[in-house]
Write a protein that binds this ligand. Structure first.
Ligand SMILES: CCCCNC(=S)N1C[C@H](O)[C@@H](O)[C@@H](O)[C@H]1CO
Length: 647
């Protein structure tokens, strides 16, 4: 049938065809029949979310194959801006950051892609995907608006990103059928339609109008109305407890015609440190999915494979400020390690009632290894490292400044002040220290300051002693209206007996998250040498070497158990594996993908912030086991003594 006849037929069906030069591919909506139309035929997707930035590249094909085998015909991913631009104009698009490679792998596996390009994504990912180098105490930009400073950064990023994505569009022969702009914008205070329109124009320009653009908002008219914009199809998100009729009625207010779409049908939910691990019953979810598919809706299950917040990448919610753990398991049908669960097979069974499901075998869960105990030795404390941290000497400031002001975007900064006179049990107050600060005088542990929880403590010291305050950035706030108030460090000067403390030395830990692995490795080497600090309560590095099989095929995924430890960071062979907070839970073990391990000798380093189990006769060990532990409710015996709280 010639293109002319086909075009006139489609027009008679009120389908405006968008053809591409490369093939007669098309993707649009038939508003009369309330359905997507792909290549001229009615189309519905059943999709699952997986975030490439939360799974090593090595495992992308494995997870995507399992998603295909579940009967999905599409997958959904965000693009995390900060994952690709760690420093201004420094871009990373290879290895675990190879976004185009991920999209091609999805296509190879036979999956279409729903691409949520941001620039803001939420996703419980640090700063909702924004790079924290946008922040400084001098430029108070209003994120997610037409603020000129913000928009300049966004435009520069999109000018880099969009050309990479263009060949991946469905109409250009790629797998990307839909592109989401921004994320749940209707849940944000600004409601700046000029900003959304700016993004829409920019994306359409770069993609030569070949992308099907859409928005996603919570399931209420108010939120959808603010987040949506004529020209981009409005979709909504809701979990199994919501009323589907009401949710889709809200979508209908904005989109009177067109397919029902739930862009985030929650298979589980996010966790926070110190709260119980959230789950969604597998049978209830399967029944609910069945109902949703019976509605004729297009569904994306959020998450289908959750993965891991490696490094410092986890996000936080606020208020109250609560950081998200390293595991992003999300009680998803595929576990954080990509293992198959009963929920996976229940979902596959439901999908097979509505969609063709491949008969071939489902790829099996990967083997997990027990490598046993590793005894650790004490290395340098933060006090032993000052000359390494700042070889040219510390940054000297009269008043304390934010970490971002000294270009420290993730991790830790030590603030130091020399006491001018002796103090005995005098009150140190820090009204805005973000997020958590470990306080000592010389080598004497004094206490912990915690933003919104603990503002002060009594300290003792002699004139000339050093007041050392290691501040931990636990995550930039990910969601809501306080994302604009996201600086980290000692943001208001400390007072001692109501006297403002001045004249500070700053030691930013630049090399614990450097984009360059060898920089991290050389820092960790220094951190495991010369330990002159005797205290077990000063933030200190601990290290050990574990022997794995020399045969690479025997090197498998495993989990590192931090049972006896309190709170800190794990590095394996220089890879920043993530945070642990055993004293709070619910996560006690971190997933260790085999991609960070090597045959033979492996180097394990812990940075313990509070209290190490390494005294006389203590179990100064970590254990490598073959099962996860992310739902513990017991509190570790090593809870640090409480400090003064000035609520
Ligand atoms: C506690 C506030 C949670 C806000 N986030 C919500 S509603 N969600 C919607 C959001 O679009 C997605 O990125 C995820 O962040 C998801 C929760 O997993």
């Amino acid at each position: 049938m010639t293109a002319i006849i086909l075009t006139s037929l489609l027009l008679s069906l009120s389908i405006v065809p968008v053809f591409s030069q490369s093939s007669n591919r098309s993707f649009t909506i038939d508003y009369e029949h309330n359905t997507f139309v792909k290549d001229g035929k009615p189309f519905r997707y059943v999709s699952g979310s997986m975030h490439y930035f939360r799974t090593p590249n090595y495992y992308w094909h494995d997870r995507l194959s399992k998603m295909k085998a579940a009967g999905l015909n599409a997958i959904q991913t965000y693009i995390a801006w900060n994952f690709h631009e760690p420093l201004p104009k420094v871009y990373q698009f290879s290895g675990d950051h190879d976004l185009v490679g991920f999209l091609k792998t999805a296509q190879d596996v036979g999956l279409l892609v729903i691409l949520r390009i941001g620039p803001y994504i939420d996703a419980e990912w640090d700063f909702g995907g924004f790079p924290s180098w946008m922040l400084s105490s001098t430029s108070n930009i209003t994120l997610r608006t037409i603020d000129p400073v913000y928009l300049k950064y966004v435009d520069e990023w999109l000018d880099k990103l969009l050309p990479l994505l263009k060949p991946m569009l469905y109409l250009n022969g790629g797998p990307v059928i839909m592109v989401q702009v921004e994320n749940e914008y209707g849940s944000y205070f600004a409601c700046d339609h000029e900003y959304i329109r700016h993004l829409e124009r920019k994306v359409n320009q770069a993609f030569e109008n070949k992308a099907f653009l859409f928005t996603t908002d919570g399931n209420s008219v108010g939120r959808i109305k603010c987040g949506a914009l004529q020209g981009m199809y409005a979709t909504c998100d809701f979990g199994i407890t919501k009323n589907f009729t009401k949710s889709f009625a809200a979508q209908r207010v904005i989109e009177p015609r067109g397919p029902f779409v739930n862009s985030e049908f929650y298979t589980g939910w996010l966790d926070h440190w110190g709260e119980k691990h959230n789950t969604v019953d597998a049978d209830k979810f399967a029944d609910s999915l069945d109902l949703l598919l019976r509605y004729g809706a297009n569904v994306n299950m959020y998450m289908f494979e959750g993965g891991t917040n490696f490094g410092f990448w986890n996000g936080a919610n606020n208020p109250p400020y609560k950081a998200v753990p390293t595991s992003y398991d999300y009680d998803a049908p595929l576990t954080e390690a990509g293992d198959l669960t009963p929920k996976y097979f229940k979902i596959k069974n439901v999908i097979s009632k509505y969609f063709p499901v491949e008969k071939k075998a489902v790829p099996p869960s990967t083997p997990k290894a027990n490598y046993g105990k590793l005894f650790l030795q004490k290395g340098a404390s933060v006090l032993d490292l000052l000359s390494y941290l700042m070889p040219k000497g510390p940054i000297l400031t009269k008043y304390t400044v934010a970490m971002e002001d000294v270009k420290l975007y993730y991790g830790f900064t030590l603030y130091r002040h020399q006491l001018q006179s002796s103090v005995y049990q005098e009150t140190l107050i820090g009204l805005d220290v973000r997020d958590r600060a470990y306080v000592s005088v010389n080598q004497e542990f004094m206490g912990i300051l915690e933003w919104q929880w603990t503002y002060g403590m009594n300290i003792t010291g002699k004139a000339g002693d050093f007041l050392n305050i290691l501040v931990e950035n636990q995550a930039h706030i990910t969601f809501g209206n306080t994302i604009n108030d996201n600086l980290k460090g000692i943001l208001k000067s400390l007072t001692l007996n109501n006297q403002t403390l001045t004249n500070w030395e700053m030691y930013p830990f630049y090399d614990m998250q450097s984009p360059n692995k060898t920089v991290v490795e050389s820092f960790l080497k220094k951190a495991t040498e010369n330990s002159n600090t005797t205290s077990l309560k000063i933030p200190t590095f601990y290290h050990g070497l574990i022997n794995l099989p020399n045969d690479k095929s025997q090197v498998n995924d495993t989990y590192i158990d931090l049972k006896h430890w309190t709170k800190g960071q794990v590095y394996i062979n220089g890879f920043n594996l993530g945070r642990y907070w055993t004293a709070k839970g619910p996560q006690i073990r971190l997933f260790v993908p085999k991609t960070v391990l090597v045959p033979g000798v492996n180097n394990v380093v812990l940075f313990e912030l509070e209290s190490a189990p390494c005294g006389e006769g203590d179990p100064c060990i970590v254990t490598f086991v073959d099962t996860p532990l992310i739902n513990s409710t017991t509190i570790s015996s090593r809870v640090v003594s409480q400090q003064h709280t000035l609520h």
